[in-house]
Write a protein that binds this ligand. Structure first.
Ligand SMILES: Cc1ncc(COP(=O)(O)O)c(C=O)c1O
Length: 427
């Protein structure tokens, strides 16, 4: 028997929502979504919303792609899943690994599957430390994160959080993590030197900072940070959980910006979120000591690493991205989105609009408005929803948008108009 309490927008059940103030959810009610098509989703009352955030930065191909479901159903009907520990494998996982290796920024990369972005980050932190042990440099353990960084909420990701609110109260879950400014490659170089280059394992870097507020690195920063790592032997880990699979106009932002990462973490867009999946893509020189004769078992992996039905979903999703050239579309869209959002900078509540690299943007609420009402981001988020557009308030008063890559001009207009209506309602 289902019990629940009815809120203003839907029914609250025993579902403990992630990243939620459950008291507010109980008081205000939950928004129950029931279907999606293209760039729109509908709630139980058949109210339509423009999905301006592709859910949580992941629905790159948009909603209603029945061919993904059909591919999953076909796999489910034969062999839904089987553990891939040790020497067991399945064809969808192999085909997906080959596809990802084919499009990876570094040729001949190896692909380790996980169940999502946080898993990928946990895996990458263990991979870099293990790598240095195998290479005879076990003292290389220090991990470097950037201010504002978001790398998921597992143990490693919490320690790598450059958003203080996401780490407070958890202590040093992983020891030996240092933070550098998000936008200064010389400071990275200096931090590596200060720590002792031969003690630093890896630098973690989102090509565009997402959950930290949508911050686009200054021109040349990514390449200079990459060079600082190369010069000191520190491994460069590109966290492409958001930026992968088309969002930045190429399969990966690392390819667009010539980063040749030692390790690349990804998730989200690999299935457009239709099923949960992540991956860690290791350049051949990283995989080499793990795969070498005599290396033995790397004692790491997840129950669902290489899940056959999830891999089938990913293959169908990537086929759509390729067939419809959504990477090419994303390159056009990053400018179209920036142009659609730019006029919002004139609004009295807005400090600035950040956009222009990749199909993601943020409206930064002004400092004065935020000081006057710290609850403003949540109010703006709710007012935009009321105006029919789902946006996402982030830390620090940034409100993010990152629509599916299938959005057209009319959709962008709807997005900007709904956003303005939301801001007006709060002014
Ligand atoms: C850059 C980045 N890394 C890691 C993660 C964690 O991914 P997940 O929530 O799938 O565990 C996210 C999630 O938004 C992310 O944006």
């Amino acid at each position: 028997m289902r019990q629940g309490c009815t809120g203003s927008v839907g029914t609250v059940t025993h579902f403990w929502h992630p990243f939620a103030d459950m008291a507010s959810v109980l008081a205000g009610g939950a928004l129950t979504l029931v279907r999606g098509e293209g760039v729109h989703v509908w709630d139980e009352r058949d109210r339509r919303y423009l999905d301006a955030t592709a859910s949580l930065w992941y629905c790159n191909v948009g909603w209603g792609r029945s061919e993904i479901g059909e591919a999953v159903a076909a796999q489910m009907a034969t062999l839904p899943v089987y553990s891939a520990f040790g020497d067991i494998t399945n064809r969808p996982a192999e085909a997906l690994a080959d596809f990802v290796a084919e499009i990876a920024p570094v040729p001949d990369s190896k692909v380790f599957f996980t169940s999502g972005g946080s898993d990928s980050i946990d895996t990458a932190t263990k991979m870099v430390r293990r790598y240095w042990q195998l290479r005879g440099a076990p003292e290389r353990t220090i991990l470097i994160r950037r201010e504002k960084a978001y790398h998921g909420m597992h143990t490693a990701g919490t320690s790598l959080a450059g958003i203080p609110a996401n780490a407070i109260g958890h202590g040093d879950l992983i020891e030996g993590v240092i933070e550098v400014p998000w936008d200064d490659a010389e400071a990275l170089r200096a931090a590596i030197e200060a720590a002792g280059a031969d003690r630093v394992a890896a630098f973690f870097c989102e090509p565009v900072i997402g959950a930290g507020g949508v911050f686009i690195a200054p021109d040349g920063y990514l390449q200079a940070a990459r060079a600082a790592c190369l010069d000191s032997g520190v491994l460069f880990v590109a966290d492409e959980v958001i930026t992968g699979f088309g969002l930045c106009g190429d399969w990966f932002a690392s390819s667009r910006f010539d980063l040749e990462p030692d390790i690349l973490t990804c998730a989200k867009g690999i299935t457009s979120g239709y099923l949960p999946l992540g991956a860690v893509v290791a350049a051949p020189w990283i995989a080499e000591p793990f795969w070498a004769p005599g290396a033995g078992v790397w004692r790491h992996g997840y129950t669902y690493s290489g899940h056959a039905s999830v891999a089938a979903a990913a293959l169908a999703n990537l086929a759509i991205l390729e067939r419809e050239d959504l990477r090419g579309r994303a390159l056009e869209l990053e400018n179209e989105l920036a142009s659609a959002m730019a006029p919002l900078a004139d609004h009295a509540l807005v400090g600035e609009v950040r956009a222009g690299t990749g199909v993601l943007a943020a409206v930064q609420l002004g400092a004065d408005a935020m000081e006057e009402d710290p609850g403003l981001p949540a109010r703006v988020g709710a007012a935009c929803r009321e105006a029919g557009v789902l946006v996402r308030p982030l830390v620090g008063g940034a409100i993010a948008v990152s629509p599916p890559l299938v959005i057209d001009g009319a959709g962008l207009e709807e997005l900007a108009e709904g956003f303005r209506a939301g801001l007006d309602a709060c002014a």
